[in-house]
Design a protein around this ligand. Structure first.
Ligand code: GLA
Length: 390
């Protein structure tokens, strides 16, 4: 673990490549407060960036090669910008993100320069806190900085999303890349994923904290199930369109309309649609609650979101449910829910300042009793999105 970033990263860069780093960038992971599985339905999300980032230090090379070293994995990987290919070597798999976004930028007509690169991340990998999105966003910022291009951050998010879709093969929405690129310190972003308009809403400066807890359960099913949910939502739109010809996504369906036509949907599709439609409403209500300082209501909406994700959307798992139950049992917890795609990964809880210690003491023991697993707890403030530091 590097103790002081970015100085130590720059020192490592100089040790490895025998010259100083000209560019240093950072892009954060994220936690979604509410609005889950709504982004690929043109809906609303409310994430914030977290105080854990992927960092990259780099200097240009004139031979069109990218020579990268990952401090997390202690591995190097080299590729040419002329023929970018995915590596099949498991120990270099992390470099596929550097390859993927470089390939997309080139397809978009950005002339890239070769680079020496050192990467280091404090976003836990595979924990549902968007380590891959932050890797892509950081790399995109690094490549464009190296050729003196100031990339628009929304464009950076969209290109990173494309890289994730083409590289990982999961048809992800825009939330993770967007918040990693555009997050605002001490705010969460209320994002309309259809228009990409967004509003930075201040989080309470005191009184309450965001606490993330990791189930430490490896997320197995997530990719295939994610794509399944997506097509179930598309099926719902197709059927509802018979009654509501102007709709193009579940975003366009009100709760009243849904109730009127729900009978026409197959049972499972009906549940999926009910989650998405009710979740969009919960996001809107939670923003109003937050703006009026009603943290208790915000917490209740988080709780309702979890129940809906568990019962209707079926993306929770016994470990997430156990962690949520343990968290809610602590006095001073306003609300707790799974965050991200589901099937493992993390929960997010809103916890009164005075209850954070109790949370840290009680939740691990309760979770262990229920599952035999250990949880990892992270408290975080909302962090700024991607930035070039040097
Ligand atoms: C993953 C995806 C996001 C979003 C969430 C679920 O994190 O990358 O686009 O769909 O799942 O809300």
């Amino acid at each position: 673990m590097l103790a002081s970033l970015p100085q130590e990263l720059e020192t490592r860069f100089a040790d490895l490549f025998g010259r100083p780093a000209e560019i240093v960038v950072r892009a954060p992971g994220r936690v979604n407060l509410i609005g889950e599985h709504t982004d690929y339905n043109d809906g609303f999300v409310f994430p914030c960036a977290i105080e854990r980032s992927i960092w990259m230090a780099a200097s240009p090379r004139s031979d069109g090669q990218v020579r990268a070293y990952s401090l997390n994995f202690g591995q190097s990987s080299t590729f040419s910008l002329n023929t970018i290919e995915k590596t099949q070597n498991p120990s270099e798999a992390w470099s596929n993100y550097l390859r993927a976004i470089a390939a997309i930028l080139q397809k978009e007509g950005v002339a890239l320069s070769g680079l020496d690169v050192v990467t280091y991340g404090t976003v836990p990998i595979g924990a549902g806190l968007s380590s891959s999105a932050s890797m892509l966003v950081a790399a995109g910022l690094m490549y464009t900085s190296a050729v003196g291009e100031e990339i628009d951050l929304k464009r950076l998010a969209l290109l990173s999303q494309r890289a994730e879709r083409e590289f990982v093969g999961v048809n992800v929405g825009i939330m993770d890349q967007f918040i990693s690129a555009l997050g605002k310190r001490d705010h969460a972003l209320f994002i309309d994923t259809r228009t990409l308009d967004y509003e930075a809403v201040p989080l309470p400066a005191s009184g309450v904290q965001i606490v993330i807890a990791d189930t430490n359960k490896k997320r197995g099913l997530v990719d295939s199930e994610y794509n399944n949910r997506r097509s179930e939502c598309e099926q719902a739109v197709k059927i509802l369109k018979g009654f509501l010809p102007s709709i193009t996504a579940l975003r366009d369906v009100s709760i009243a309309e849904f109730e009127q036509y729900a009978h026409a949907l197959p049972e499972v599709v009906c549940k999926r649609a009910r989650h998405v439609i009710s979740e969009n409403t919960r996001v809107l209500e939670s923003i109003t609650a937050l703006k009026s300082g009603d943290i208790a209501l915000f917490g209740e909406l988080m709780n309702a979101s979890h129940e809906s994700l568990k019962d209707d959307y079926a993306v929770s798992c016994s470990e997430l449910d156990a962690l949520v139950t343990a968290s809610r049992s602590v006095e001073g917890v306003f609300g707790s829910r799974m965050t991200g795609a589901g099937f493992g990964g993390c929960t997010v809880s809103l916890v009164a300042d005075s209850a954070v210690n109790a949370f840290q003491e009680q939740v691990p023991a309760l979770y262990q009793q229920a599952t035999g697993l250990e949880t990892t707890i992270y408290t975080t403030k909302a962090e700024q999105g991607a930035e070039r530091i040097r």
